[in-house]
Design a protein around this ligand. Structure first.
Ligand SMILES: *Cc1c(COP(=O)(O)O)cnc(C)c1O
Length: 306
């Protein structure tokens, strides 16, 4: 099966590097549907269809929903995306532009998710945005590409929402024997379920999401993400929304690529030179992207985080 994602460029960033440091960017922002999500979602959709699914259902108003809509369109299978009323006009438009049926239901993701699940019949596949081994397998291919380029970094920086990206990257790292390279897992304040779980020594659930980085807004990370924190060196850090947005603005200037604050969080670790990255000579950054970032949205995010 031909994958639905593309092999993304791996480029060196002088702008993000400090003296004596090499920073490599894995440009997942360049995936056609705008984020890394198509790697895992694309694989999961293909697999469900191979097993006989006739329709794809998802409840994400963000990049997962956009990726499912894209995958269904490419594979010629109908898609239903149920999103809460809070979903931005931009995300709604992107989902619709891939010919998916968009249902707006409820005040929160929880309501939309309940509605989506209630629609699932025996011939439908339900796509979870982060908690699915098929997704992790698909995400892990980004590390295969880095390894195939002959690169073995000292550390990997990425953003954490529900932890699907983290699980996929770690699966790929372990497949290639990168067992010692720490992962710097970045969240924003107010979307820091992973950080708080590590502090508490158990998987906690946030009462609410207060960060503007909505793509990181999982109230609880998947169990597998927490398990990884017990068997791989992971440095969990949090940055304020202000730093994430400012990193998006700087990244646009430095690399001419527009990303969501969810991705800006990971970039902020470098721009702000956090102590957790001190001493690493070669750092791989997963530039996860995000399709809902626009030239209009970015200043409005900046205005919200003063
Ligand atoms: C989904 C997403 C994340 C977080 O990924 P998880 O698998 O939920 O941890 C980060 N950035 C962007 C742009 C996303 O779409």
């Amino acid at each position: 099966m031909t994958p639905l994602h593309i092999q993304t460029p791996l480029i060196e960033s002088r702008a993000l590097a400090q003296a004596r440091q090499t920073v490599l960017l894995k440009l997942e922002a360049l995936q056609p549907p705008g984020s890394f999500k198509i790697r895992g979602i694309g694989l999961a959709c293909q697999e469900h269809i191979r097993r006989g699914a006739k329709r794809l259902i998802c409840s994400s108003g963000g990049n997962a929903g956009i990726a499912v809509a894209y995958a269904g369109h490419r594979l010629g299978v109908p898609v239903v995306v149920v999103v809460p009323e809070t979903t931005t006009a931009r995300a709604r438009a992107l989902i619709k532009s891939e010919q998916a049926e968009l249902i707006i239901h409820g005040a929160s993701w929880h309501d939309a998710n309940e509605r989506a699940k209630s629609m699932v019949t025996a011939t439908d596949a339900f796509l979870h945005p982060f908690d699915d081994p098929l997704l992790w397998q698909g995400h892990s291919t980004m590390i295969d590409e880095v390894a195939a380029a002959g690169v073995r970094p000292d550390a990997v920086i990425l953003s954490v929402g529900g932890g699907g990206l983290l699980c996929g990257v770690l699966e790929g790292m372990h497949r290639h024997g990168w067992r010692d390279a720490p992962v710097i897992a970045v969240e924003t304040i107010g979307a820091d379920a992973f950080f708080q779980s590590i502090q508490a020594g158990a998987r906690i659930e946030l009462k609410e999401i207060t960060s503007i980085a909505t793509s990181l807004g999982a109230r609880q990370v998947c169990e597998q993400a927490f398990d990884w924190s017990q068997r791989h060196p992971i440095r969990s850090i949090v940055v304020p929304d202000r730093s994430a947005v400012s990193a998006c603005l700087r990244f646009l200037l430095d690399h001419r690529i527009l990303v969501e604050p969810a991705c800006g969080a990971a970039l902020a670790a470098l721009y702000e030179n956090v102590p957790q990255i001190a001493g690493f000579k070669s750092i791989l950054v997963i530039v996860c992207g995000g399709a809902t970032a626009t030239m209009e949205q970015l200043p409005s995010w900046a205005a919200q985080v003063h």
